[in-house]
Design a protein around this ligand. Structure first.
Ligand code: RFL
Ligand code: PHB
Length: 398
């Protein structure tokens, strides 16, 4: 074997895992198909749970996050022309979320990986522009193309952190059960140089469809629109995007600030979970193992929570030969994964308007929205899940 651990994919899951292992003295290499510039610019998630922030702080990569991250204690649900605040902190004994761009997390993690462990393993700790095209899950062999040349390495454990469109899950698909759901919506997301129009996130359930107001700083807004799954970004010139956003956020006295659009893209919404999250020497983590629709803001947080479980299991395996953690990895993670799947599907159903919604379904949805903003129990359910729920630590309530 060339190495104890090889990690396919340098997104949040792969990078957090590499750092956790390295801090425990376990060498690994991260093979990432894209360039460093590309992964550091890829705009995605923005909401970090307290547990995610705490883990990044433990890893010593949260200085910038603490300086630039925006701490939020509530979110707004906007419907029927009114705002309703869900007081996340008051409802959860003081817990908060932090708004900080995923690409900033990725930048911080890459800087830490490269400064911590220069030249560890068979070369660099992270190989960028190294596309994995074959993994042998029984023997731990990985084939990848780097610098125009096909290469191979072998590791005792291979971790597939290669996201929702990688090679690792398809390689072992025959040994897994995959649970999937496609939603009849996609999200058109933009990043704009415009001050956020409100200091909290606004989830707006409008009759023309869902819209979300988020931000990255005092000067940058992050905004999303529900669109149909097969719409193309070319059909959405900037003026059309702003006009639609203004309509879906319309409320007396409220107007979004507009500005140059720095990035725009369309992402289909889907759910997927594979069980188990492992076969042979290959373990799956993050989006490679599970996808959630973004309405619940859970994907990045689940990815980080999962690799924390895996890192502890690998440290026991390499430290004392104790494999109980590795054997339990999948079952432990799946409890939290399914909680996040249910919450994300529920938020999605409550806030989005399907084209073919019947009058009956519409009234059910309106009733659900009213219930969440008038019942403390219902608001608490939303808040408890939104800030991050850990089913693996909970006993039944009698
Ligand atoms: P990633 O981030 O997709 O990283 C996978 C990496 O693997 C590389 N790769 C390969 N490398 C080598 N060889 C191959 N054959 C490879 N194939 C792929 C890729 O280049 C990439 O670098 O997965 P990871 O690490 O599991 O992280 C998951 C998160 O990225 C994802 O769950 C979140 O972005 C989801 N998400 C959100 N999550 C949250 O917790 N809070 C949010 O507010 C939130 N908002 C969002 C989101 C995702 C969105 N999109 C665009 C999907 C909002 C949006 C719009
Ligand atoms: C974001 O800021 O990108 C964001 C916020 C909340 C979500 C999804 C994405 O539910």
């Amino acid at each position: 074997m060339d190495l104890p651990v090889a990690i396919v994919g340098g997104g949040p899951a792969g990078l957090v895992l590499a750092l956790l292992l390295w801090r425990a003295g376990i060498a690994s290499v991260v093979l990432e198909s894209r360039s460093r510039e590309y992964v550091e610019r890829r705009v995605r998630a923005g909401v970090l749970e307290q547990g995610t922030v705490d883990l990044l702080a433990d890893l010593g990569v949260a200085d910038r996050l603490h300086r630039k991250g925006l701490v939020h204690r509530g979110i707004i649900l906007r419907f029927g022309g009114e705002d309703h605040r869900i007081a996340l902190s008051d409802l959860t004994g003081g817990r908060v979320i932090t708004v900080y761009g995923q690409q900033e997390v990725v930048k911080d993690l890459i800087a830490a990986c490269l400064s911590d462990r220069p030249g560890v393993g068979p070369g660099d700790p992270i190989l960028f522009a190294a596309e994995v095209f074959a993994v042998d899950p029984e023997r731990g062999r990985i084939r990848y193309r780097h610098g125009g040349v096909d290469r191979e390495i072998a590791a005792e454990i291979v971790v597939g952190c290669d996201g929702g469109h990688g090679v690792c899950r398809p390689t072992i698909q025959a040994h897994l059960e995959v649970f999937e759901r496609e939603y009849p919506f996609a999200w058109l997301g933009i990043l704009a140089r415009a001050a956020p129009a409100h200091d909290e996130l606004i989830y707006s359930a409008h009759e023309r469809g869902f819209a979300l107001h988020s931000m990255r700083s005092q000067a940058i807004s992050r905004l999303y629109l529900q669109v149909r799954p097969h719409e193309r970004i070319e059909e959405w010139p900037d003026e059309r995007i702003w006009a639609e956003l203004q309509r879906r956020f319309a409320r007396p006295g409220f107007r979004l600030n507009e500005g140059p659009i720095l990035e725009k893209s369309i992402t289909p919404m889907r759910s997927a979970v594979c069980e188990p999250m492992q076969h042979g020497r290959l373990y799956l983590a993050g989006d490679a193992a599970h996808i959630v629709p973004a309405t619940g803001a859970k994907g990045l947080n689940l990815a980080v929570a999962g690799v924390r479980v895996l890192a502890a299991a690998l440290i026991a395996h390499f430290g004392s030969g104790d494999d109980a953690g590795l054997a339990a990895y999948s079952a432990t993670c799946l409890q939290r994964v399914w909680r996040a799947e249910q919450f994300s599907a529920w938020m999605t159903a409550m806030l989005h308007r399907p084209d073919d919604e019947t009058p009956f379904e519409r009234r059910l949805r309106e009733s659900q929205l009213r219930y969440v903003v008038t019942s403390r129990a219902a608001a608490m359910t939303l808040a408890e899940n939104y800030v991050g729920y850990e089913p693996e630590t909970r006993a039944p309530v009698h």
